[in-house]
Design a protein around this ligand. Structure first.
Ligand SMILES: [Zn+2]
Length: 196
């Protein structure tokens, strides 16, 4: 059903450890986590085509929950659950114009803040100095909308800055039938304009 546009799939890959082929489980997801990022800065890809609206947010976990390691204490685990719960309420993220009649069909939150089986396979024996980059961890949230009146999508107010004050800047890549456009939003300029 979903035609997922390419830009959403262009998550960083092929970083360090690319030479090790002797692992028997998928590493691509983990490698996407190894890139360094700048705290306070998040990225947002927005694709609108016909009735389809996709938004993919990639933000440092530090700005959303205050840490980037796997949560062990109950308080931190609860923070992660809270984050996932909030991200599943699209209004936390942005307000779409009501006239556009958009409905979130699917929301997917990806993070590496809770322990899971795959994480146990990590090999921490080597003393590779480059490893400290791996301490960074992103949270990726994908929103898939169907909009009855997509032409009404003129301005979208992004709410992230009030919910997550340590997030200072959002770098947006916007792709619409009118073309591709980059812009930067912040707490003072939080309106995403799809049309002039
Ligand atoms: Zn980080």
């Amino acid at each position: 059903m979903h035609k997922i546009a390419l830009p959403l799939m262009l998550v960083a890959s092929s970083l360090s450890f690319a030479d090790t082929h002797d692992h028997d489980h998928e590493h691509e997801h983990e490698q996407a986590q190894l890139g360094s990022h700048v705290h306070g800065m998040a990225q947002l890809d927005v694709v609108q085509e016909g009735s389809m609206l996709l938004a993919s947010l990639k933000a440092p976990a530090a700005d959303l929950v205050g840490f980037e390691h796997v949560a062990h204490e109950e308080e931190q685990i609860n923070q992660v659950y809270d984050l996932v719960g909030r991200m599943n309420l699209p209004d936390t993220f942005w307000y779409l114009p009501e006239a556009a009649g958009c409905e979130a069909e699917e929301i997917h939150v990806e993070h590496h803040l809770l322990e899971d089986e795959q994480d146990h396979d990590h090999d921490h024996d080597h003393n590779d100095e480059h490893d400290h980059d791996a301490a960074h961890s992103d949270v990726i949230v994908d929103y898939y909308y169907h909009c009855e009146q997509p032409e009404q999508l003129e301005q979208i107010r992004v709410n992230l800055f009030s919910t997550y004050p340590s997030l200072l800047e959002l770098q947006v890549q916007l792709i619409t039938p009118a073309g591709q456009q980059g812009m930067t939003l912040n707490a003072g300029q939080n309106i995403l304009r799809l049309k002039e």
